[in-house]
Design a protein around this ligand. Sequence first.
Ligand SMILES: [Zn+2]
Length: 267
Amino acid sequence: MPIAGRVLSLYSTLAYPQYTTTYVRTDANTCGSDGGAFYLDGTGHICILDSGGGWIDATTWKFIFGHEMGHRVSDANDGPLGGGYNIDPRISSLCQCSYVDNFGGDAHCMQSREAAQSAQSEGFAHFFSTAIFNDRSENNGVYVYPKESLKASSLGYLIIDPPTAFDAYLKSGSDNNQWMEHKCNPGDVDQGVELDWLHFYFELWTSGANEWSIDEMFDIWSDTTGNYGWNNGSNGIMDIVNSQMGSGSDKRNLFYNTGIASGVDHG
Ligand SMILES: [Zn+2]
């Protein structure tokens, strides 16, 4: 697969729609008039628009380019690619997005509990953008998010206007750790939280001797089907990891332990 930064910098991978063989295509006519930023599954078309539908200007947010590029690269390599979000209106308000006005309102957001497949897809896109703009050896992984987010304070949870900076690393003592586990009544459901999956992918990618490449991640996700959870029978992610990497291998153990630490081990 292309290296993330080169995808953004090489003219040969990014062009207008008449070049149908390029990796990434941009065409405002194809994107419609809704505004915002999105990737059109299966087409190579990334849409990042400056106006429309009451959305704020997406073109001034560099992390959005990285995020949509993550969806594009994932689509081209059978990586995580979500469907609907299916946020349950009965769960805690900390796990919905009713406080979000920017970029698509409450369809999904960083801290929503949503379909596992979509949480993985969005978490991967957040991770990919973080990987573009941070060095793998730095001790912080800054990801700047364009929607409103929740932050803990002495007064409870406050709604923070964008831009909101998240650390893609799990930092000990952070109130952002394991959002699904601590805030969203996880149970044994095939659902997840985008922030937890951002932590998972970034930790897995930066863990030293046994760290996983993005290609290795795609090899796992390319074997999944449906709205798969962590360990649900033959369709689960851990079953695929065990069979591909060997159930006692260091790489498998890192994947498993990072899943528990991030709190993505549900379903
Ligand atoms: Zn996305």
